[in-house]
Design a protein around this ligand. Structure first.
Ligand SMILES: Cc1cc2nc3c(=O)[nH]c(=O)nc-3n(C[C@H](O)[C@H](O)[C@H](O)COP(=O)(O)OP(=O)(O)OC[C@H]3O[C@@H](n4cnc5c(N)ncnc54)[C@H](O)[C@@H]3O)c2cc1C
Length: 231
């Protein structure tokens, strides 16, 4: 069983914890939590939640060795995004290496496209995860009350534009869980081959990712917004 709480002192290695300390930490909680804690068997360990980076680079100078996953962007757990982000890295890099196999990119350029696109995304997830944990662990008081008020509408069945519950907040859900990594990779590769400029519709200037976000996600085949770049 994993229990999660905030404490002021940073933890940087696994520590042994006494059952008395755990009971003290969860004193005043719901009796059901206390009953669960009474069932804990020794030994109990405290694990640090470690964040890696943001690093300046994920690759070597020759751009033929590259990092992915926790090795370059371990994050705290509060958005359940560590493994998800690692798998996104794999999917993105696979698309870039596919372009190498197709003769469109060199390995060094494939690694560069991957790093340029994935580093900001991983950094975003790290920050989001940390901030969500910070919100969850606010001490009782005005800030926690404001957080709870902002979430209350969801319990009453309202659809809100914003919520402190990041698992339901429309902006965060779209950016974090609605992210299409393969579409992002396809666009990033196309932009690289287009001299670093995004590929746009020649008449309207709309980009494919924007068309996907706004309209194409719900439109049936044959009715989607078409991107026709100037040839
Ligand atoms: C309790 C817990 C709950 C989590 N819940 C979620 C969740 O709900 N959703 C989510 O998305 N993520 C979650 N995560 C995070 C997720 O597990 C990690 O982000 C993910 O496993 C990272 O994958 P990775 O392949 O980068 O690294 P790892 O899974 O750590 O894989 C690295 C591998 O390399 C091996 N290795 C290390 N050194 C060497 C060496 N010298 N030689 C050979 N092999 C080596 C290790 O043994 C390991 O198998 C959770 C993590 C924990 C601890």
């Amino acid at each position: 069983m994993v229990l999660n709480h905030y404490q002021g002192k940073p933890v940087d290695s696994v520590e042994e914890v006494s059952i008395e300390e755990v009971k003290e930490q969860y004193r005043g909680y719901d009796p059901r939590i206390k009953r669960v804690i009474d069932m804990i068997k020794q030994p109990i360990s405290r694990w640090p939640l470690l964040v890696t980076g943001p690093l300046d680079s994920w690759s070597n100078r020759e751009k033929n060795v590259v990092l992915m996953g926790d090795a370059c962007h371990s994050m705290v757990n509060h958005m359940a995004q560590g493994a998800a982000t690692s798998m996104e890295d794999g999917a993105f890099l696979a698309k870039c290496l596919g372009a190498v196999v197709d003769g469109k990119l060199s390995i060094a350029n494939a690694v560069t496209v991957y790093e340029k696109a994935r580093m900001p995304k991983a950094s975003y997830k790290q920050q989001l995860s940390f901030l969500n944990g910070w919100l969850w662990n606010l001490p009782d008081g005005p800030a926690a009350d404001a957080r709870d008020r902002s979430m209350r509408g969801e319990l009453e069945g309202q659809i809100r534009m914003r919520s402190a519950n990041l698992y339901g907040d429309p902006i965060t859900v779209l950016e974090c869980y609605g992210y299409d990594v393969e579409a992002h990779a396809t666009d990033a590769i196309a932009a690289w081959l287009n001299g670093g400029r995004p590929v746009r519709d020649a008449t309207t200037t709309v980009e494919r990712l924007e068309a996907e976000k706004v309209a194409n996600w719900f439109l049936p085949e044959g009715h989607k917004f078409q991107i026709r770049p100037r040839i």
